[in-house]
Design a protein around this ligand. Sequence first.
Ligand code: NAD
Length: 499
Amino acid sequence: MTQNLVPVLGEVNAFLQKQHGLLIDGKSASTRAGKRIDVRNPATGEVISTVADADAQDVDDVVQASHRAFTSGVWSKARPADRERMLLKLADVLEAHAEELAQLETLNQGKSIHISRAIEVGAAIEYVRYMAGWATKITGETMDVSIPVPEGARYTAYTRREPVGVVAGIVPWNFPLMIAIWKLIPALAAGCTIVLKPSTETPLTALRLGELVLEAGIPAGVVNVLTGRGSVAGQALASHPLVSKISFTGSTEIGKTVGHAAVDNMTRFSLELGGKNPMIIFGDVPVEKAIQGAMMGGFLNQGQVCAAASRLYIHRSKFEQVVEGLAAAADSMTVGAGMDVTAQINPLVSARQQQSVCKYIDIGRQEGATVVAGGYAPDMPGYFVRPTVMINVDHSKTLVREEVFGPVLVAMPFDTPEEAIRLANDTPYGLAASVWTNDLSAVMHVVPEIQAGTVWVNSHIPLDPNMPFGGHKQSGVGREFGRGAVENFTELKSVCIAY
Ligand code: NAD
């Protein structure tokens, strides 16, 4: 273990010590029962803060506040240019607090401070600026219509997009701030109000975000933050009749529960769910490039990335070389806290996730796989798992079928592009995939055949706010990012005028 820790900012320590309530109507509010949830630092297992544990009645308070804010028109009827300006102001405010947010995230989630700075905060701020611009670019269409009655009547028609209402933004623990922002900003650009529900494990940056939203001048009540357990607060939020749209990111299992709850009220919903994403490496790819790609795609954020490359299909001509190099690279990675600037592998988010990942590794062994790197939790405080590479995995087995959501790669050889396509698609999931080759014909042949919402060529994981993101099959319903992200928070109204 290495020890080059970033000094914790005074404002971060002060925030950790606060008695966090729910953010309702711009104020921190206690819950009725006063129950608390411990928040831990995954690098040590120590409790670093506590947050309010909301029950169904508290959820009702939060949703009612959001509904009042929506119907007041303070945001939904604000000039689009004013919404855009305030969202751009929010980006500036976030930038002014970037290091504070990055440290909070690393202390709570466990990820490298470099990733917190660059992605969780840096990329998220770019997303805010991109999405702010859509507030002033929401459009409908005009249509010629041919309605034949009464005889001689003339009509014209147009559509308008109106904010859908109160949004529930339900967020997972792997990129807590960034994914909260993925939901918050398009919802606000469209004129909605939102209840943000962070994960039980990682509630801190959402609470801080709620404060910074107010600092940016966005009216109180437009953004409320609800902390609590998924099975209680999350469920009550997803089932609340005053919620008009649920934007959920999380596991496929919980996504289905949320989808069922939504349909009961005809609440609109989009689901960004799990993945078991293939990386297909053709024989022309230099070994070193393949190794670097697999390390980045598979071990970023300890593999706790919905789009992580977790199934490697390597052309048989390069299989042994790539696996050997990958195993050596994985074994050389230094393990340490996310606040340690030299650590290359950081803790998983929780003891539960550490146990779950270790269990998957054991199942893999029992099902006949061979561990060529890692394969265990080092004996030290915190929720670490060594980066793991496994081979000799039968395609029908658990490690190939199920999302591990940890630093565990399974590598398998293939001989022909057809075989690679068949194996890549032989999964219940369909979030993302990558194809590695400079053979243009192979790329043009393989890409259309892959059943996934995103296919990268010669890279894995880069996302851009202008590029739709979402899943096929069990990986979800709907797309985030781009124009569609904002339109997802609107209702389409047809207006027909007789003249
Ligand atoms: P999770 O499904 O356990 O929880 C997600 C959120 O749902 C949390 O806020 C949780 O508190 C809440 N929740 C739990 N039970 C609920 C219920 N009954 N009703 C309503 N809300 C409930 O997911 P997680 O473990 O936090 O995150 C990991 C999962 O998220 C992985 O499967 C990963 O692939 C997925 N994910 C997907 C994407 C994507 O964009 N497709 C991005 C990141 C993570």
